[in-house]
Write a protein that binds this ligand. Structure first.
Ligand code: 6GU
Length: 257
């Protein structure tokens, strides 16, 4: 997979070269390009924004600068009107995906992470201020898939933190990136439930013992206990998730208890 990101704060994305994401690059499983949007400005002030039409607070990022950057990174025509393209590949996985982090986007979920992980090229457009002129994305959608995504119902200053979060969620799903393939099959959300509690040595810490069942060696009992803990935690913290989970008699029994 290749990930590109355009931003006016490239240093904010340095963590993309660190830890698991850094190792994925050394292993040849991932390529990352971080690009300073100001490289595509043409005026002495290197301006990236202007006041919004219609009035209101804040600034809106300029379509010309964004198109210059995105068209280069996505391999699109220099003019958005030019249809001498890059015929859209009929293979979705090989089509670039333009990801736009914004609190007005679709909620980013594990399901979306799994979809993104099937792509060979993700390009992130990090807006600041009040966002990016919408015409950039309308024009880009004529050439590539475009998705506006939100991390949740709160407002960040810009898209950079979302790029880090989304990249982690996606890259860890690429085969070979994590040591242990089983670990993400058992994650919170992969079965629609929150993960329950975990324990390690010592068996008693500060007078608090690990639950007996986990030391029983009875794997059927351990699996049942873990399922129960997941169900109870989900009912407590995220009850709305239970609507999309298939529950059997044993599950209903623990939820009634
Ligand atoms: Cl993806 N971007 C910004 N700027 N703010 C957010 C967000 C994204 N998700 C929640 N708040």
């Amino acid at each position: 997979m290749r990930i590109d990101a355009l931003t006016i704060f490239p240093e904010y994305l340095e963590p993309l070269g660190t830890a698991i994401l850094g190792r994925a690059q050394t292993k040849g499983l991932l390529e990352v390009g971080v690009h300073d949007l100001r490289n595509w400005t043409r005026d002495v002030h290197r301006s990236v924004d202007d006041t919004p039409f219609g009035g209101g607070p804040g600034m809106v990022m300029l379509p010309g600068v964004w198109w210059a950057g995105l068209s280069e990174v996505l391999g699109l025509p220099t003019s958005p009107q030019d249809s001498s393209e890059t015929t859209p590949s009929d293979d979705v996985g090989r089509r670039p995906l333009l990801v736009v982090p914004t609190p007005a986007g679709r909620p980013f979920t594990q399901q979306l992470a799994e979809e993104f992980a099937t792509r060979s090229h993700l390009v992130f457009a990090c807006g600041r201020y009040e966002g990016i002129d919408q015409r950039v994305f309308d024009a880009a959608a004529e050439h590539v898939d475009v998705v506006e995504v939100s991390l949740g119902d709160y407002v960040l200053i810009g898209g950079e933190v979302a790029v880090l979060a989304i990249s982690e969620a996606v890259v860890r799903l690429i085969p070979g990136v994590l040591g242990n393939q089983r670990s993400h099959e058992e994650d919170s959300f992969s079965d629609g439930l929150l993960e329950g509690p975990s324990y390690t040595r010592p068996e008693v810490w500060e007078g608090i013992a690990v639950p007996e069942v986990l030391k029983s060696g009875n794997h059927a009992r351990i699996d049942r206990w873990r399922r129960d803990q997941s169900l109870l935690r989900t009912a407590e913290r995220r009850p709305e998730l239970l609507a999309d989970v298939e529950l059997d008699k044993a599950d209903f029994a623990v939820l009634r208890s």
